[in-house]
Design a protein around this ligand. Structure first.
Ligand SMILES: O=C(O)CCC(=O)C(=O)O
Ligand SMILES: [Fe+2]
Length: 198
């Protein structure tokens, strides 16, 4: 007999050239809507600017960097705010479920369907050669798209309220990922990506 309901188990997803693991509902002490409410209120959200072709643009989402290590991204260094108690609880739960260790978290707040994240790989040097990146989502579901760098392959996953996605192995080396803008109205969504900065 199966002792665990499917949504409480971290399950491998079939993918070439890397590892992808998914859990429908991360088992937290608080309901996802309560986590969402608190993350919205307790996070020091910033509207960052990035340079594209020498011009400054506002990122199409709000973000925040918390944890124990600074981070370089798009030529800028981000100094962290300390983990909040709730972020620590989520981090410890993710560490227990995945068996990996993390020391930093990037939070992204997609206010509605017009907010997005361009295709990228989380392959910065300070993450090491085969980083494990644990992504936890709250609020409105959005489509997470993976595109292979060299092959005509695409994987799409609906990331719903309270789910956990673990990217590991050679995934960042061979795939890009992103969240497109949508035409369908979407409510607010928060995503946390836990990382280990070496
Ligand atoms: O919002 C998401 O699901 C993706 C976030 C992401 O790729 C990142 O923070 O690097
Ligand atoms: Fe990413």
């Amino acid at each position: 007999m199966d002792l665990f309901a499917d949504d409480t188990r971290l399950t491998p997803m079939p993918i070439d050239d890397g590892e992808l693991w998914f859990q429908q509902r991360l088992p937290l002490d608080l309901a996802p809507d309560e986590v969402m409410r608190r993350l919205l209120a307790e996070t020091g959200w910033r509207e960052e600017e990035i340079q594209v072709w020498g011009k400054l643009h506002k990122q199409p989402r709000l973000s925040a960097w918390h944890g124990e290590a600074s981070y370089r991204y798009s030529g800028k260094t981000f100094h962290p705010q300390p983990f909040t108690a709730l972020q620590l609880h989520i981090k410890q739960t993710v560490e227990r479920v995945t068996g990996r260790r993390f020391n930093s978290v990037l939070l992204n707040y997609y206010r509605d369907e017009r907010d997005s994240m361009g295709f990228h790989a989380d392959d910065e040097r300070e993450l090491g050669p085969e980083p494990a990146i644990a992504s936890v989502s709250f609020g409105a579901p959005r489509t997470f798209i993976l595109k292979h760098r060299h092959l005509p392959k695409k994987v799409q996953l609906a990331l719903g309220d309270g789910c956990l996605l673990l990217m590991a192995g050679a995934l960042q080396k061979h795939w890009l990922h992103g969240i497109n803008k949508e035409r369908t109205p979407r409510g607010p969504r928060i995503n946390l990506t836990f990382r280990l900065i070496l």
